[in-house]
Design a protein around this ligand. Structure first.
Ligand code: ADP
Ligand code: MG
Length: 317
């Protein structure tokens, strides 16, 4: 038998390193060219956002803020301003568990080279970690840092935002089926071959295994784990999610997955709940009825939001 078309007709897939992570896109359209253009547009959009918000590339608007926003209020593009404001809203809602000023300490870590700041340095820098040091002027779109030494890093929210932008761009093109993933943050558009997209949640202590697979349609899913960026030293795990109260890696969870309508929120909340832990985390989530959570605490115990708990009960034989 000779098939007239390859089985994968209409599907275009691509993976590229952007924003310090791996960006993966899958787009379907009956028109191959439209699918290819869609996938390419997603990568272009991801690079555009990286060029605006990376703290590591010297010329980005965000790097300029970190260099001089303590001297005088500095205007930034509306898009960056809005994301900073959204981040501070989540800080306020979470009692500071989510805080983009964690970077005053965060930038002293290098997880690849096993570099961590001395506890005395962490203690000395801790007063710089406070979103209230960020003075935002909504009319001027300006940001002023209350002190020298304050720094911000949008690593806990920007990838989710970028995924939202990518999905919107595909939707605007008329694409009806797509997946966009940036590290731990994914968004899905429509269904895949007439069924929900199936997105797996990794086992935090055995990341080749899945602890669950979530069926998703038109939604976003973000996972924050202590196994993505970390190193071990004397049995101690040093990872990339810091508790702004202590300046040290948060130790209440191994992994937190948030499912909701928008990646910007699921991304920020996965980091937030990771810091808060299951008890305070589930309490905070009562304010966000549109999201669900799969929390694995520091002992490996599973905690679910009521909606998922109900589903799981129904699934049981
Ligand atoms: P990933 O970057 O692997 O998708 P997360 O969404 O959990 O994972 O984001 C972790 C990133 O968030 C860290 O690499 C850092 O840039 C940033 N971050 C760490 N701690 C905090 C915090 N307490 N509040 C806000 N952002 C944080
Ligand atoms: Mg996150």
């Amino acid at each position: 038998m000779i098939l007239a078309l390859p089985v994968s007709a209409g599907w275009v897939k691509d993976t590229q390193p952007i924003m310090g992570t791996s960006v993966h896109v899958e787009v379907w359209d009956a028109n191959d060219r439209k699918a290819r253009e869609g996938a390419a547009d997603v990568m272009t959009e991801m690079r555009r956002i990286e060029a605006l918000m990376s703290p590591y590339i010297e010329e980005t608007a965000l790097a300029r803020l970190n260099a001089s926003a303590h001297l005088a209020p500095q205007a930034v593009p509306a898009e960056l301003f809005d994301l900073i404001r959204a981040a501070t809203d989540i800080s306020a809602a979470s009692g500071g568990a989510f805080d983009i000023t964690f970077a005053a300490i965060g930038h002293l870590y290098d997880y690849r080279d096993h570099v961590r700041p001395d506890p005395a340095v962490i203690a000395a820098k801790l007063p710089l970690v406070d979103y209230k040091h960020l003075h935002l002027n909504r009319t001027a779109h300006s940001v002023h840092y209350a002190r020298a030494g304050v720094r911000i890093d949008l690593g806990g929210i920007a990838k989710g935002y970028a995924v939202d932008r990518a999905i919107e761009l595909l939707r605007a093109k008329g694409i009806t089926s797509a997946l966009v993933t940036a590290g731990g943050d994914s968004g899905v558009l429509g269904q895949k071959d007439g069924r929900p997209w199936m997105i797996g949640i990794k086992h935090p202590r055995s990341p080749d295994e899945m602890i669950a697979v979530m069926p998703l349609v038109d939604s976003a899913i973000s996972t924050s784990g202590d196994y993505e960026r970390f190193f071990l030293e004397n049995g101690q795990r040093y990872h990339h999610i810091l508790d702004p109260k202590t300046g040290h890696p948060a130790d209440a969870c191994q992994s937190v997955t948030i499912i909701g309508p928008r990646g910007q929120l699921t991304d920020a909340l996965s980091t937030t709940i990771f810091v808060l832990g299951p008890l305070d985390g589930l309490r905070l989530l009562q304010q966000y009825p549109e999201v669900d959570a799969v929390i694995i605490d520091h002992l490996g115990k599973l905690h679910l939001t009521p909606g998922l708990e109900q589903l799981q009960r129904n699934d049981q034989p």
